[in-house]
Write a protein that binds this ligand. Structure first.
Ligand SMILES: NC(=O)c1ccc[n+]([C@@H]2O[C@H](COP(=O)([O-])OP(=O)(O)OC[C@H]3O[C@@H](n4cnc5c(N)ncnc54)[C@H](OP(=O)(O)O)[C@@H]3O)[C@@H](O)[C@H]2O)c1
Length: 255
């Protein structure tokens, strides 16, 4: 699949949370396309390590930002414009989960933390990106990384799932509002992907066997399984698609 191309050469793309996992692989593929790529994360060590892995020369920029902090997000987008003078695509990839016993027993501070990163961060980044894209006047694309947890009530992942469900509605609302500007907004919703995020599940062989039983394609996803749908939605190949959430779940949501 390495030779699939999405026509993103010279496009300026911000990938939030691109220092590892799915975001890192999205950034790697974008650089392979010849795009100008900006990744962000909270920790400078993670960003430095990612820069070492990705290379990318002048086409890669790293920026330390906590996307749940509006001032960090504003600084991120200012830096993108300083460096590349425009923005074509935003990929809202950052997400985090802290297991909760039940939503009803969740402390408000924990609820807030999960909402801040998964939902508010997506909002902060999207509003900045939309303002830039509107001003440019030649369209744009936003792709949100949601989760199957936004569709299914998953034990222990309730607050995260509620935040991701909100990301899906955010995607639809923003798509309808930004369509007149030819800014398309879509989401992908993976089931389990082999990254550090979900390692406690897939690294346990017994648990992994049980999880795989619920996936018609008979395996969990690798990051590249999410990269291709994301780049498709970021490209002109999806030019007549907006407001959609594409399930990237090996068929888990159809059974
Ligand atoms: N892996 C799965 O099984 C799975 C399944 C469905 C959906 N997803 C979704 O896919 C997306 C990517 O997940 P992943 O598995 O690649 O996660 P991951 O391996 O944990 O990577 C998360 C990335 O986001 C950054 N990050 C986390 N919080 C941040 C914040 N507040 N501000 C800025 N950067 C932040 C991390 O860097 P720092 O730590 O340095 O900040 C890192 O680069 C998430 O939206 C997740 O919800 C994942």
């Amino acid at each position: 699949m390495d030779d699939i191309r999405y026509g993103l050469k010279d496009k300026v793309v911000v990938v939030t949370g691109g220092s590892r996992g799915i975001g890192l692989e999205i950034a790697r593929s974008l650089l392979g396309e010849g795009a100008k790529v900006v990744i962000c994360g909270r920790k400078s060590e993670g960003l430095d390590a990612a820069a070492g892995i990705l290379g990318g020369g002048g086409n890669l920029m790293t920026f330390q930002a906590h996307i749940a902090k509006e001032s960090d997000v504003n600084s991120l987008f200012d830096a993108v414009l300083d460096r590349f003078s425009r923005l074509d695509v935003l990929i809202n990839n950052v997400g985090m989960n802290i297991m909760t016993l039940s939503v009803a027993d969740t402390e408000p501070a924990l609820w807030q933390k999960i909402m801040d990163t998964n939902l508010n961060g997506t909002f902060f980044c999207s509003r900045k990106a939309a303002a830039v894209m509107k001003e440019q006047g030649d369209g744009g694309r936003i792709v949100n990384i949601s989760s199957i947890a936004g569709r299914r009530a998953s034990p222990g992942m309730g607050v995260y799932g509620i935040a991701k469900a909100a990301v899906e509605m955010f995607t639809r609302v923003l798509a309808s509002e930004l369509a007149p500007f030819n800014i398309r907004v879509n989401a992908v919703a993976p089931a389990m992907v082999r990254t550090a995020f979900s390692e406690p599940f897939w690294s346990n062989e017994d648990l992994l066997r049980e999880i795989v039983k619920t996936i018609p394609l008979g395996r969990i996803a690798e990051p590249m399984d999410v990269v291709h749908p994301t780049l498709f939605l970021a490209s002109e190949a999806s030019g007549y698609i907006t407001g959609q959430t594409l399930m990237v779940d090996g068929g888990a949501s159809v059974i």
